[in-house]
Design a protein around this ligand. Structure first.
Ligand SMILES: [Zn+2]
Length: 193
């Protein structure tokens, strides 16, 4: 009988951990930039076999490399800083739920350790800073890795696919939804301050 992958065994948990891991990096374009910076830690190639990521603009997704568990979920690992490895999809499929020691050799594991150790600091460095964002949206997008021209389009061109995440006026205003009960009539008011 073929082995089941962790995604088949723990679909909900896996998705939740993925969201929790990347949500801290901010709106979609910042999340994408953070993922790219993470892959750069691994030289933009598969840690196991060295297959490089396809050169692609930051706008595009990463079709070859994925970021997955070092210690698999099946063995109690979580998708958290310190347990993440960039692998190509093929190696990731081969690794599945195996313990790291049965997939990597000793040399691999020695080389991998510093890349695991730096991840807590890495995620601090890409944690979304709302104050910085409010102070200078364009500068912050450029810091994240976008060109000044791209950043301008994201912020001001409604046809840009990222405008929805960073360009709308309410994407730059911390907002709070208050529900007021007016004698049985419930109104939701968005307060902006
Ligand atoms: Zn590989």
């Amino acid at each position: 009988m073929p082995r089941k992958s962790a995604s088949e065994v723990y679909p909900g948990q896996r998705k939740k951990e993925k969201q929790q891991l990347w949500r801290r990096t901010g709106p979609a374009p910042f999340e994408r930039a953070a993922k790219r910076k993470f892959l750069e830690l691994f030289g933009f190639k598969c840690f196991k076999c060295g297959t490089p990521e396809r050169p692609a603009p930051l706008m595009n997704a990463h079709p070859i490399l994925c970021i997955d568990h070092h210690v698999p979920m099946a063995l109690g690992g979580h998708l958290v800083p310190g347990n993440l490895v960039a692998l190509c999809r093929r190696c990731n499929e081969i690794k599945l739920d195996r313990a790291p020691e049965t997939f990597y050799n000793a040399e691999d594991l020695g080389r991998l350790q510093p890349l695991l150790n730096c991840q807590t600091e890495f995620f601090k460095s890409v944690h979304f800073d709302f104050d910085r964002w409010l102070a200078d949206p364009e500068g912050y997008l450029v810091w994240a890795g976008y060109s000044p021209q791209e950043a301008k389009r994201m912020l001001y061109d409604e046809n840009h696919p990222d405008w929805y995440y960073v360009g709308r006026s309410d994407s730059k205003v911390p907002s709070l939804t208050i529900t007021i009960d007016l004698g049985g009539q419930v109104n939701s008011v968005k307060r902006e301050d």
